[in-house]
Ligand binder design. Structure first.
Ligand code: ADP
Ligand code: ASP
Ligand code: MG
Length: 426
């Protein structure tokens, strides 16, 4: 008998028929002798619709109210799934973030999990029930509802798996697992059978939205094995776990792209001690994330600082940086949202110095201009014009020998669902 946490994404619970099929899956699991906790996302594009609804009322909705609003999406799907399980003759109980004691900090919209009091889940499991939990939500110390950031239900699932010491955390989604690139952009992308936490973290940081970045951090910190797989088939997906020698040692194991960031440049800032500390200190104080950073060579005592940061926070970042530009006496602030980050990831890069050069050559031959570069041990990322992102991913996928023989085929999603997915991250 195993303890299983199974998370179902928005597409997997998009309509009553799919909810019934998820119910069938978890009931079969329970009847095979496992203890099952299901974590659900909001149905289909409910969260996007709620965001749009809020924008129709206010240009700058209060973050606390926004979280309360967004948390309702997952409440709908958890109750419907519990009803569907009951229809199949098993006992189920649905629980919200508050009811499972998922405590977060108070950073509305991107809260971090502090602790989980999983007693209620344990008690329900021992009573033989299937437990269904609303993903993506928690409460802060004041008892206010928080959300974990878009895609955050994955993190709820892994945190619960860690909290109840589950044997595995299965993340059911609308593709067969983690691929060498988004299969909807690169149809010859290959499913990866197993991948280390380290590489998966870099893939997610590079924008591979199939798993939420923080869920992988949690999994690594608590030793939770993730099995990312399709909710439309029984075929095995991708295991995300500690590195082991049986894992394939490709120099480059994946290509990722990210359209969710904007680029900010502070022009002609006086090049004196503490300038970078001031710029990035102000971002940190405002809870604003920063990804890539470049500071140019100083000329006549002045320099340019460029960084990327989530487009979702573009207004607040602009506000904070306008203040900093004034305080530092810099010339101006330039902002563009039309950028993409494209990354190649692979543990083999540690010992293979020619990889970055090959990446830049491939992009140059494709006529794609690079405006920023950053590297880690196992990742090289570039910032390029947004319009070239998909082309760049395809060129790199081919250049690094990742194209497979099998072509990805869309079998389940409607044209409307595909359009909604294509808009994600823009
Ligand atoms: P869910 O709603 O189930 O959480 P997501 O949309 O968050 O689903 O994640 C699944 C999507 O991630 C896929 O439909 C796919 O288009 C996209 N994706 C991006 N990069 C990858 C990758 N490397 N491997 C698999 N899927 C990827
Ligand atoms: N419903 C939320 C979102 O769309 C959380 C999730 O699906 O993981 O981002
Ligand atoms: Mg997701």
């Amino acid at each position: 008998m195993s303890v299983v946490v199974a998370k179902f994404g928005g597409t997997s619970v998009a309509n009553p028929e799919r909810i019934r099929s998820v119910a069938q899956r978890i009931v079969s699991r329970k009847r095979a002798g496992d203890s099952v906790v299901a974590v659900v996302s909001a149905m289909g594009k409910t969260t996007d619709d709620l965001v749009a609804l809020a924008s129709s009322i206010s240009d700058a909705p209060d973050p606390r109210e926004m979280d309360t609003l967004l948390s309702t999406g997952e409440m709908v799907s958890m109750s419907l799934l519990a009803m569907a399980v009951a229809e199949l003759g098993e006992e189920a109980i649905s629980l919200s973030g508050r009811q499972i004691g998922l405590i977060t900090d108070s950073v509305h919209g991107k809260a971090s999990i502090r602790e989980i009091h999983a007693d209620r889940i344990r008690v329900a499991l021992s009573a033989g029930r299937i437990v269904i939990v609303a993903g993506f939500q928690g409460i802060d110390a004041a008892g206010d509802i928080t959300t974990l950031g878009r895609g955050g239900s994955d993190t709820t699932a892994v945190a619960i798996a860690a909290g109840i010491k589950a044997d595995v955390c299965e993340i059911y989604t609308d593709v067969a697992g983690v691929y060498t690139a988004d299969p909807r952009i690169v149809p010859r992308a290959c499913k990866i059978d197993q991948i280390s936490y380290e590489e998966m973290l870099e893939m997610a940081a590079g924008g591979a939205g199939v798993l939420h970045k923080r869920c992988i951090e949690f999994a690594r910190n608590f030793g939770v094995t993730i099995h990312c797989r399709s909710s439309f088939s029984d075929e095995a997906g991708t295991l995300v776990k500690e590195y082991d020698p049986t894992m394939e040692k490709a120099i480059v194991s994946g290509v990722a792209h990210d359209l969710s960031e904007a680029k900010f440049t502070i022009r002609d800032v006086p090049d004196t001690t503490g300038v970078a500390a001031k710029v990035f200190g102000a971002m940190a104080d405002a809870n604003l994330g920063v990804d890539m950073i470049i500071q140019n060579l100083s000329e006549n005592g002045h320099t340019d600082i460029t960084f990327t940061s989530p487009k979702a926070d573009i207004e607040r970042t602009t506000e904070v940086m306008n203040r900093i530009v004034r305080e530092l006496g810099a010339r101006e602030l330039l902002i563009t949202g039309e950028v993409a980050k494209v990354s190649i990831i692979g543990a083999g890069m540690k010992v293979n110095s020619g990889v970055a050069a090959q990446m830049f050559t491939t992009l140059a031959e494709g006529g794609i201009n690079i405006s920023m570069i950053s590297t880690s041990d196992i990742r090289t990322s570039v910032v390029i014009p947004a319009e070239s992102a998909e082309e760049a991913v395809r060129l790199l996928h081919t250049a690094f020998g990742l194209d497979g023989a099998k072509v990805f085929e869309e079998t389940q999603l409607s044209a409307e669902e595909l359009a909604a997915k294509a808009n994600k991250g823009r």
